[in-house]
Design a protein around this ligand. Structure first.
Ligand code: ZN
Length: 235
C-alpha cells in the first residue's frame, strides 16, 4: 500500500490541491493528514472541506486547536494570533465543530501519526535537532512515527548506519514530512511524504505549485502581508 502523508496545509488551497493531484497520479491508497489545516493562509474553510473529503484520517494541529480553543493561543506570536482571529471569522460552524473533535494521535498498521511529537503530543514540542528527537525516539513504542509541525522535512533514527529511506524493523524512526502550505526550510516548493508499507520505503516529495496565486489572495485579505512574502521565499 502507498500512503500519502500531508501536514501543515495552513489554508493554502493551491498547495493542497497540487499535493492531492500528485497523490492521485501516484495512486496512493490512503491519505493521512497530520493537522494544521488552517492558520496563516487565505482559504481555511475550503481546505477543511477538502481535507475532510479526501483524507482517511486527520489529526489536530496547534493552529487548528487555537482557532477553536482561544485559551490555547498563549504560545502564539503576534502574527500567528492575528491569523487565528482572521481564520475564526472565515470558518463555518460545521468546520469549527470538526476541528474541535480532531484527535492528537492515530495509528494505522504499525505506524504512529502525530502533529508535533510522539511523547505528549498535546505539548506541541518542536523537534529540530537529533537531540530533540533522541528522547522522543527513546520513549516511542512504535517503530515509525510521522510528524509535521516544524515545517522542515527531516528524518531522525536510532540507526547509526541509516542510508536513504528504507526502514528496518529493528530501528526506530521519526519522519517529518514538512509542510504542504508553508515550507520554512528555504525551499518554497510544497513538501509531503509517501510511504510504501510493503517495501518499507519512505519517499519525500517536493513540488512546485502556484504560490504567487496564494500570495495574491493573502494580500487581498487583512492577513499580515509577511505571510505572502514567506510563501514565495519558503522561510
Ligand atoms: Zn504548522
Amino acid at each position: 500500500m502507498l500512503l500519502s502523508v500531508i501536514s501543515d496545509i495552513h489554508g493554502n488551497l493551491e498547495a493542497l490541491e497540487r499535493a492531492l493531484e500528485i497523490s492521485k497520479e501516484l495512486k496512493c491508497d490512503r491519505i493521512m493528514c497530520l493537522g494544521d489545516i488552517v492558520g496563516y493562509g487565505p482559504d481555511p474553510e475550503a481546505c477543511v472541506k477538502r481535507v475532510r473529503e479526501v483524507s482517511d484520517d486527520v489529526l489536530m494541529g496547534n493552529h487548528d486547536q487555537a482557532v477553536v480553543q482561544p485559551d490555547r493561543i498563549d504560545q502564539f506570536n503576534e502574527m500567528a494570533r492575528s491569523a487565528v482571529f482572521w481564520t475564526q471569522r472565515q470558518l463555518s460552524a460545521e468546520s469549527m465543530k470538526y476541528l474541535r473533535n480532531l484527535p492528537y494521535t492515530s495509528t494505522w498498521m504499525d505506524l504512529l501519526f502525530v502533529h508535533a511529537s510522539p511523547k505528549n503530543p498535546e505539548e506541541w514540542k518542536y523537534l529540530f535537532t537529533p537531540d530533540d528527537a533522541a528522547e522522543q525516539l527513546d520513549a516511542m513504542m512504535s517503530n515509525v512515527c510521522f510528524v509535521g509541525h516544524t515545517h522542515v522535512p527531516q528524518f531522525f533514527t536510532t540507526d547509526p548506519a541509516a542510508r536513504g529511506f528504507t526502514l528496518k524493523t529493528e530501528h526506530k524512526y521519526i519522519i517529518n514530512v514538512g509542510s504542504v502550505g508553508q515550507p520554512r526550510d528555504g525551499d518554497a516548493r510544497l513538501s509531503f511524504g509517501l510511504f510504501d508499507t510493503d517495501r518499507r520505503i519512505y519517499q519525500p516529495v517536493r513540488a512546485q505549485y502556484d504560490a504567487k496565486q496564494t500570495a495574491r489572495k493573502i494580500r487581498a485579505t487583512d492577513l499580515p502581508s509577511f505571510l505572502a512574502d514567506r510563501l514565495l521565499r519558503g522561510r
